[in-house]
Design a protein around this ligand. Sequence first.
Ligand SMILES: *Cc1c(COP(=O)(O)O)cnc(C)c1O
Ligand SMILES: [Zn+2]
Length: 405
Amino acid sequence: MTDPLVCYRCGNQYPAARQRCDCGEPLWYSTGPVESSLSLDGVSRSMWAYAPWLPVDRPAHGIADDIGGTPLHRLEVAGGNSTLYLKNEGLHPTGSFKDRGSAVGVTAIADRGVEAIATVSHGNMAMSTAACAAGTLLDCYVFVPSDIPVERIEQIGQFGATIVRVEGPYGELYERSLELESDRDVAFVNSDSPLRTAGQKTTGMEIASEFAARRELPPVPDAIVLPVSSGGHASATWNGLCELRDAGLLDRIPRLYLVQAAACAPIARAYDRGEPTVTALSPEEVGETIAYSIANADPPSGTRALTAARETEGAVLAVDDEEIRDAKNRLAREFGISVESSCATTLAAVDRLTESGELGTDEHVVLVGTGSGFKERTAGSGGSIAPTDVSIDDIASVFDDHERS
Ligand SMILES: *Cc1c(COP(=O)(O)O)cnc(C)c1O
Ligand SMILES: [Zn+2]
C-alpha cells in the first residue's frame, strides 16, 4: 500500500497506517493523479471498477468482492420541480452503504496480516463489518453500548463476531479505540477510518458514472443529498468526486447537501452559525429522533463534512421527525422504496430546498438512500398500519368498493 494518507485541511502527508493528522482531523487516502483507462461511459456493476482509486486490490472472494453497483432509481414526483433520483444503497448485502467501507477495510487488514478487525458501532456499521469479516480469516470484535436492544445484538451476532458490551460513556470509546490499535494486533475500522472512507467514496463515483453513461441524463447531476452523522460518508463522497475531476473524468462537482435530524444536528448548527469547525452538542442539547442512525452528537468527521458542503456550494440542513416520517411514507407508497428513517431526511430536505428556490426547477438531484428500511421495526406511519380483518366466508366483501363499472 503506497498511497499516502493526507489531511484535507493542512495537506500534511503520512506514509503509514494512521487515522488522524497531528492537527486532529481525520486523514484520507490520496491516490494522486490516476492513470486510468477507465472512462465514465459504462455503468459499473461493482465498486471495484474504481480500484485504481482504492488502497487495495479487489478481493478474490467473499461478499466484499460484490459490493457496489447499486441502482439509481428515477423518482417521478407529482407536481415536483426538480428531477429526482435515488441511489439505493439499501440493496447491499447488509442493507447499507457501510458495506463499501467494510469491504476495503477487511481486505486491507487481511492483506497486512493483522489478526483482528474491530469497530465501535451498534448499527449498520457493526453488521456490515461483521459480515465482511465473516468471509475472511480475520477475527471480528464489535464494541457496543450496554443499552443496546437485544434484536440488534442478534443482527450483528449472526455473522459470528465477538460482541463486546461496554459499560461507561460510549462517546469516549471512539477515541480510546484509536489508542488500543498502536500496541495490539488489531485494526479498528470506525466511521471515518481512512480505509472506510476510501471504500465509501465510491458511492459518489458511481453516481457520476451513471450520469456520464446514460444519454437521457445530463453529464453531471446538479446536486447530491446525503444524510450525515459522523460525516465520514459525506466527506468521502466529496473526495471521490474531486479525484474523478482531477483525473479529467468529471467537469464539475455537484453541490453537496447534507441533512441531519433536528434533534441532533451539530453540523447543521455550525453551518447556520457560519462557524469554521463543528463543536460537540452537550447531552442537554440532544433530543430523541426516529433517525437513530444519524444521531451523532460529536461527529469525528463533522468539520470535514462541513467543509465539503461549503466548498461545493451546497448546505447543511436539519429536518424534524414529522418531516422524516412523511418523507419515508412517500418513498414507500409512491415509489415502492423502503428506506431507513435516516435516509428519508433527504427527501424532506429536497422539499425545503425546492420551496426556498435553492434547488432550481430544471435541476437533476440525487438522493442517497443510505440504508434499507427493512431492518427498522417502526414503520414510517408510526407502526399504526391497520389490517382489514375478515372471516374466510366474507373475503369477497373486501372488494365491494371495486365493482366493475
Ligand atoms: C452510517 C449511516 C449514515 C451516516 O453516515 P456517516 O458516514 O456516519 O455520516 C447515514 N445513513 C445510514 C443508513 C447509515 O447507516
Ligand atoms: Zn491536518
